[in-house]
Design a protein around this ligand. Structure first.
Ligand code: AGP
Length: 619
């Protein structure tokens, strides 16, 4: 995944682009570049490394070697890119923007051009010279070739898109048209920002939220002609004009700022109580009960729910399944999207497929959702990004309201997904007559208490996580055990530990431990026992006792009204008392903090882990 931005207007274009890139760095951070139209020429600067390296190279090259990027005066338009390499190594040559042979057409691409080799071969035969190994560069040369035939930028870009296979968002800057940018989109996000006498285009609205809250989503398969006075849209296949629908963004620019926090991940852990509360509030009806909008009739008709998701969203799905079983007595299964889509899934009448994806762009989850739709099964999407692709392919959409999540490690989107899944399970339980009015009220009250209890959990957990992060920072392996609803949280804790601390870790159903993994344990294995979310804490306690006989140091996450773990564990973090099925939502907080503290003690950048991008759009 990459981040792209374009700007045309009256501001210092270089500053706008660099500012925008800094908001998109979560999408890719192995190299970055920009191209500026000064009115007379196009100047390009590219650098391997993060944005600081691009600023530095601008300073060196354009500001007389003072090493600090100062704005290049006079630029009226520009495009910029932050890259996550997929085709071609991480080199300056492969960094976007890419240009045609003549240096007239400049492009940035997010996505993958699947037929790039064939396109490149054909263009080379026609005499084009390539300077990179990317799948993006052929696009600039194709536009160049079409321009010789039609001498019309819009038409040349349109014809180019008809030759592209794959999924992409592209922004094009033409030396001969300083007052126009052209963008195209197929299955990758692209959003326009409308200002006064200025227009923005980017992969995500976060890139320009500091300047405007008026947005237009470019539809799938559409082209956008962008000028300082606005945007026009058309269908790429037919060139027919399409309506422009202006929407206002709900969140503010501060939501994508770290403020006084050292990292986005730490900030986003603290954002969780408010995000959880906002997600519940958005799905509360006038009568005070949970309301699921368009998704309600779809879900209410389900005889079985099949949840498909990846990574952290999959873990949220696992928790949701338990709630659907426990409260609504509704059969549900949870599937890893990348497996399920290739597993010849047997869907039946009465099944409803629920796809969970914070970004709404994860390709395997999207493909699973499409597969369900093609099988004639109703679909519901749960996502954090309104207007993301998953919304286009589902029969109904339920939004989490976590605000933009910038850290690569998912935190607040996990907890908001659990909020929504709990609301669904509670609503379906009520519909199916599984809860009497008193139970219903009690459940809703417990759910609504979570934001405060979560804030308290952060305060309780922080000192212990900081202490253990220090003491365990050199551990070679972390082991997590849990039972029932604690297990998804243990899995999530282990994923966080791998992802940001680079320490091998595994999470197991505690009862499975003796069937193999216990062999891994020794005095050098920190073990985390999630002792909530299960009706059989006693059995988990026996498992902890077994772990202790191997000499391992144990941290237990337990309920404040249950002192049993004190007897077995070396350290215990007590989370506030709550319905036992909901307590795991609190228990994830100390695990997030432990992974973060461990990573920081190891000197790692928790917001940008190695080899990982925020959204996995590659198949
Ligand atoms: C975990 O911290 C991750 N960011 C990752 O596992 C993520 O949950 C997964 O890639 C799925 O992303 P999605 O929710 O945007 O589809």
């Amino acid at each position: 995944m990459c981040g792209i931005i374009g700007y045309i207007g009256h501001r210092q274009t270089q500053d706008v682009l660099l500012e925008g890139l800094s908001r998109l760095e979560y999408r890719g951070y192995d190299s970055a570049g920009l191209a500026l139209h000064t009115g007379a020429e196009v100047m390009t600067q590219r650098a391997v490394g993060n944005l600081a390296m691009l600023r530095r190279s601008i300073g060196e090259e354009w500001s007389g070697g003072d090493m600090v990027a100062t704005a290049t005066a006079g630029a009226t338009a520009g495009i910029a890119h932050t890259r996550w390499a997929t085709h071609g190594g991480v080199t300056e040559e492969n960094t976007h923007p890419h240009a045609d042979c003549d240096g007239r057409i400049h492009i940035v691409l997010n996505g993958i051009i699947e037929n790039h080799s064939a396109l490149r071969a054909g263009l080379e035969l026609e005499g084009c010279t390539f300077t990179s190994d990317t799948d993006a560069e052929p696009i600039a040369h194709l536009i160049e070739r079409h321009l010789t035939a039609v001498d019309d930028l819009y038409e040349a870009v349109r014809r180019t898109t008809l030759e592209l296979e794959g999924h992409y968002a592209i922004v094009v800057l033409d030396r001969e048209h300083p007052q126009t940018l052209i963008a195209a989109r197929k299955e990758c996000p692209l959003v326009i920002g409308l200002g006064t006498g200025e227009t923005f285009v980017a992969s995500a609205a976060a890139a320009f939220r500091a300047f405007t809250d008026r947005t237009v989503v470019v539809g799938d398969g559409q082209l956008a002609v962008i000028t300082p006075s606005g945007v026009s849209l058309s269908e790429a296949s037919t060139a027919l004009s399409m309506p422009v629908r202006v929407q206002r963004i709900g969140w503010v620019a501060d939501d994508v700022e770290k403020g006084s926090y050292a990292t986005f991940m730490r900030k986003e852990i603290d954002d969780q109580p408010a995000a959880f509360g906002a997600t519940l509030a958005h799905h509360t009806g006038e009568s005070g009960g949970f309301a699921l909008g368009d998704a309600e009739p779809v879900l209410a008709a389900a005889r079985r729910i099949v949840i498909v998701a990846c990574g952290t969203s999959y873990h949220a799905g696992l928790l949701g399944r338990h709630l659907l079983h426990g409260w609504a007595h509704l059969p549900a299964s949870v599937e890893i999207a990348s497996e399920w889509r290739y597993s010849e899934p047997a869907l039946e009448r009465g099944d409803v497929v629920v796809a969970i994806s914070q970004s709404g762009e994860t390709r395997d989850t999207l493909a699973a959702l499409r597969l369900a739709g093609e099988s004639g099964v109703p679909t519901v999407a749960i996502t954090n990004v309104e207007g993301s692709q998953i919304c286009e392919h589902a029969d109904a959409v339920l939004l989490t309201h976590a605000g933009p999540e910038i850290g690569v490690a998912a935190t607040k989107t996990f907890t908001t997904q659990t909020a929504l899944l709990a609301a669904i399970a509670a609503r379906l339980a009520a519909n199916r007559g599984m809860l009497n009015p008193r139970m219903r009220r009690n459940l809703a009250a417990q759910l609504r208490a979570i934001p405060d209890l979560m804030a308290e959990t952060v305060i309780r957990s922080e000192p212990v996580a900081a202490d253990l992060g220090e003491r365990w920072s050199q551990a070679g392996f972390f082991f997590y055990i849990a039972r029932n609803l604690g297990l998804p949280v243990a899995l999530e804790g282990a994923l966080k530990m791998k992802e940001i601390s680079y320490v091998p870790s595994d999470a197991y159903a505690a009862g499975e431990m003796k069937h193999g993994p216990i062999a891994l344990l020794s005095a050098a294995t920190p073990t985390i026992a999630v002792a909530v979310g299960t009706p059989v804490v006693d059995k988990l306690a026996s498992n902890v006792a077994e772990v202790k006989t191997r000499g391992a140091h144990v941290l237990a996450i337990a309920s404040e009204d249950d002192p049993r773990m004190l007897e077995y564990a070396d350290e215990t973090i007590f989370v506030p008392a709550l319905d036992w099925r909901l307590q795991p939502i609190l228990a994830v907080v100390p695990l997030q903090l432990l992974a973060l503290e461990t990573a920081e003690r190891r000197g790692l950048n928790v917001d940008q882990p190695r080899n990982l991008a925020k959204t996995v759009t590659v198949e």
